[in-house]
Design a protein around this ligand. Structure first.
Ligand code: ADP
Length: 264
């Protein structure tokens, strides 16, 4: 619990700093992008300068993507939570997710029947799924499979509450599994650390998982990560169930999910 508290404090201070920098940086990048575009329109495509301008434009675009990630990580976006059927939101993102991953990777979707409602900004679900699917895609070489599932989960175990820092209760589960390379102990230990990446310079930002963490915490949920080297990984996101006042407390499916894999 102490470690989790430290992690939360660290995320908050890094987030505040990153958010401030990203905001100002974004304005400058928009100026670079705008002027590069103006110049591109005036330079003959066969002129050597054209190629340099394209490089400037692409670099600025990549930087703008990075600042968007930073802003998301710092939770600087204004959010409007809605009472949602998570299945519907996931379904709405499937086409976009398919475009993100290569044709060699199968995307399977198993919606749970009678799924409880959640109260969250739908664009945050998009963001979570995008980040998780990009990681799943990058973990797979050649053919493979990404599976998205939903489910109801009921936690009543005080031990878990004490040791893993989540509050017993009813949650809606959304999980993303892949048949990729899996993670070693070092990666698992650092997965939520801002700027931690194994993808190499220019490829990873190390902000995907911290962004997911930030969104889930903002919504009073929690995340479990399971991974086996060479076999694949599963990221389980639990979001609190939204319940109308009139709805009785129901016994859900108990998904403690702590028996296998590694808890981070
Ligand atoms: P990035 O994707 O930019 O590297 P993330 O914060 O999203 O940053 O992820 C951090 C690191 O966690 C990745 O570089 C990778 O090593 C590891 N990781 C995350 N998800 C997976 C996954 N599904 N399979 C294997 N490794 C993963």
């Amino acid at each position: 619990l102490q470690a989790q508290l430290l992690q939360a404090q660290k995320m908050e201070s890094v987030g505040r700093l990153a958010g401030g920098v990203a905001h100002d940086f974004n304005n400058m990048l928009q100026a670079i992008l705008g002027h590069a575009e103006l110049a591109l329109n005036q330079v003959d495509p066969f002129h050597p300068l054209h190629e340099y301008l394209i490089e400037i434009y692409h670099a600025a675009e990549r930087s703008a993507n990075l600042t968007r990630q930073l802003l998301a990580f710092a939770s600087k976006q204004t959010i409007s939570p809605k009472i949602l059927d998570l299945n519907q939101i996931v379904e709405g993102t499937l086409n976009m997710l398919r475009r993100l991953i290569s044709e060699d990777i199968e995307l399977d979707w198993y919606p749970s029947k009678d799924l409880w409602s959640v109260n969250i900004d739908p664009s945050q679900i998009d963001q979570i799924l995008t980040n998780l699917c990009i990681n799943a895609r990058d973990a797979i070489t050649g053919h493979g499979k990404i599976t998205i599932e939903t489910g109801n989960a009921f936690f009543n175990d005080n031990y878990c509450a004490q040791h893993f820092g989540y509050i017993p209760g009813e949650y809606v589960l959304m999980s993303v599994s892949d048949t990729g390379c899996g993670m070693d102990q070092e990666t698992l230990a650092n997965i939520f650390e801002p700027f931690f990446t194994t993808k190499g310079f220019g490829k990873g930002t190390g902000l995907g998982m911290p962004t997911v963490y930030g969104i889930v915490k903002q919504n009073n949920g929690f995340i479990n990560v399971y991974s086996e080297l060479g076999k694949g990984s599963t990221i389980k996101i639990y979001l609190p169930r939204f319940k109308k006042k009139s709805e009785p407390i129901q016994e859900g499916i108990s998904d403690l999910g702590l028996k296998k894999g590694i808890e981070t």
